[in-house]
Design a protein around this ligand. Structure first.
Ligand code: HEM
Length: 450
């Protein structure tokens, strides 16, 4: 049996859902979305067995793409900066108009004039501004993370119950990032709500996006008018740094970056905190290793980043010319998806079924020219936030069976919607001063699930 080549724009495109279009296991161009691909992990393992390191797949709208599953192949693609590019205007599906603005892939792949979509010299210019401006003093960063973590915990401490997603994981990164952006504290709750809407993938997304954009425009306007915040001990806020950077970003470029980076930083950091807390509450051996001191909290986070990377699939690469990757022929303009979760699970990189220890070589933050410049910030928020939570709320336990937890699936991301827990309320909780050092030494004594 032969299959049509969905890459060819001259081939008649069957309507989405047409069974002749996508073939399941056994045929090429396997759908990796929709009912055919739930749950996704076994589908990806099947593709690895069938194709090796690179598989032909169909993404929402039956858009054809090549999914890189092998650890070494994924690293190679991430590190390439001329053969494989991030500018989606070079993608054939964009040139053929197959991804309109309301397509599910558009929010992640439609070109925006920001660092994540640029290559070569334009990328280097924007990246230098972003990297330099994100260089926050580690000590003051941790101190403020501690302040916000304690404040959030104070809100729930006396209750003995909490939802660790909506009342903690989803709040902490936004509060910290609002501080980095030099926003007045009273304005951050509205921004938190808008960013949650923007990343919800539902009908509130457009409204959330408009609010976030207006907030960033207003921040730039205030800084230009000389108003605003030097609230970061030892340095100015992120907005002022971007505006003053020698790369000479225009105000519009600064607004675009403020918006994109708030979302790029917030969403995966929420997922890292939530995923780690979930593993701690549901995997007895994991929490035992932490409580017994056999595993430190940073090591626990590394394990989660290997096994449950916040961004599992990254559909943001395009072939700059005809090429072969791991034996698979790829044509100029083809879409290439980085299968970060599958690459982290590749038996070539780790012993199957065994936790990876003392090895930070996972690809959760990518590598190469686009490697996440917020890695230290995301890890500091997750580590300090989880540390303080565990050392304050004793006897933490899941309040519902794991099978009843609510998830939201939106193709590239599967996000935990709530994590109801019970705990023993701490005896004395008052209003606190910022905590200079998180109680890292205390982690491991407090998880109540072992
Ligand atoms: C646990 C938290 C985080 C994870 C897992 C994560 C992961 C990633 C990944 C996989 C990429 C794509 C890299 C590529 O295309 O090769 C990325 C890019 C990026 N991230 Fe993060 N990120 C996190 C937190 C943050 C934070 C806190 C910030 C900023 C405050 C941030 C800012 C960025 C930016 C600006 C880019 C684009 C870089 C470029 O294209 O040159 N991220 N991140």
């Amino acid at each position: 049996m032969t299959y049509p080549d969905p890459r060819s724009s001259s081939a008649p495109a069957p309507p989405p859902g047409c069974p002749a279009h996508a073939q399941n296991a056994g045929g090429p161009w396997q759908r990796i979305y929709g009912p055919d691909a739930e749950p996704l992990a076994p589908v990806l393992e099947q593709l690895r067995r069938q194709y090796g390191d690179v598989a032909p797949v169909l993404v929402p709208g039956d858009i054809p793409a090549y999914l890189v599953l092998g650890y070494n192949a994924t690293r190679d693609v991430m590190q390439s900066n001329s053969r494989v590019v991030c500018d989606s205007r070079r993608g054939r599906v964009y040139q053929d108009g197959r991804i309109p603005a309301d397509h599910p892939l558009a929010p992640m792949t439609a070109y925006q004039p920001v660092v994540a979509f640029e290559d070569g010299v334009p990328h280097a210019r924007l990246r230098s501004a972003v990297v330099d401006s994100l260089d926050f003093n580690r000590h003051s960063l941790r101190r403020y993370i501690g302040r916000y973590a304690n404040r959030l915990i104070d809100c729930v401490a006396s209750r003995g119950t909490a939802d660790l997603v909506s009342e903690y994981a989803a709040q902490l990164p936004a509060l910290v990032m609002a501080w980095m952006y030099g926003m007045p504290e009273e304005e951050s709750p509205a921004l938190v709500a808008a960013v949650r809407d923007l990343t919800s993938g539902n009908e509130r997304a457009a409204e959330g996006n408009a609010f976030v954009t207006r907030t960033m425009e207003e921040l730039v306007r205030r800084r230009r008018a000389g108003e605003g915040a030097d609230n970061t001990i030892g340095g100015r806020d992120f907005v002022s740094r971007l505006l003053d950077h020698e790369a000479g970003l225009s105000d519009q470029e600064v607004v675009e970056h403020l918006r994109m980076i708030f979302v790029a930083g917030y969403t995966p950091t929420v997922a890292l905190i939530a995923n780690t807390l979930l593993v701690l509450l549901t995997q007895r051996q994991f929490s035992r290793d932490l409580t017994s001191g056999q595993m430190t909290l940073p090591e626990a986070l590394e394990r989660v980043l290997w096994d449950h990377p916040p961004i599992g699939l990254l559909p943001t690469r395009w072939a700059a010319g005809d090429m072969t990757i791991a034996g698979q022929q790829i044509k100029a303009g083809d879409m290439i998806i980085l299968g970060i979760e599958a690459a982290n699970a590749d038996p070539a990189a780790r012993e199957p079924g065994r936790p990876v220890v003392h090895n930070s070589g996972h690809l959760a933050f990518s590598t190469g020219p686009h490697e996440c410049p917020g890695r230290d910030i995301g890890q500091a928020i997750a580590e300090t936030g989880i540390d303080i939570l565990l050392s304050t709320l004793r006897d933490l336990e899941l309040a519902v069976p794991e099978a009843e937890l609510q998830w939201q699936s939106a193709w590239v991301s599967r996000r935990l919607l709530s994590l109801p827990v019970t705990f023993t309320p701490p005896r004395v909780r008052g209003v606190r001063a910022p905590q200079p050092e998180a109680a890292v030494a205390g982690v491991g004594r407090s998880v109540g699930t072992a």
